[in-house]
Design a protein around this ligand. Structure first.
Ligand code: ZN
Length: 61
């Protein structure tokens, strides 16, 4: 089972979860503030998709 990393867009809290691939698209509740306004973070290839306000410094642009 892969570990997915999520970030809460409300409070900015980052957390990891062991999730079955079929459940990976579901919203995960933030353990810090309880908000469901979270999104998946891809730390390995952050340059792949540029949707949202997340940008990686290593992208260089
Ligand atoms: Zn939160």
């Amino acid at each position: 089972m892969p570990i997915f990393e999520y970030v809460c867009e409300k409070c900015g809290y980052k957390f990891e979860k062991l999730i079955r691939s079929s459940d990976s698209d579901k919203k995960q509740k933030c353990p810090e503030c309880g908000s469901e306004n979270t999104k998946k973070v891809f730390s390995t290839f952050a340059c792949g998709g540029n949707s949202g306000g997340f940008s990686a410094p290593s992208c260089g642009g």
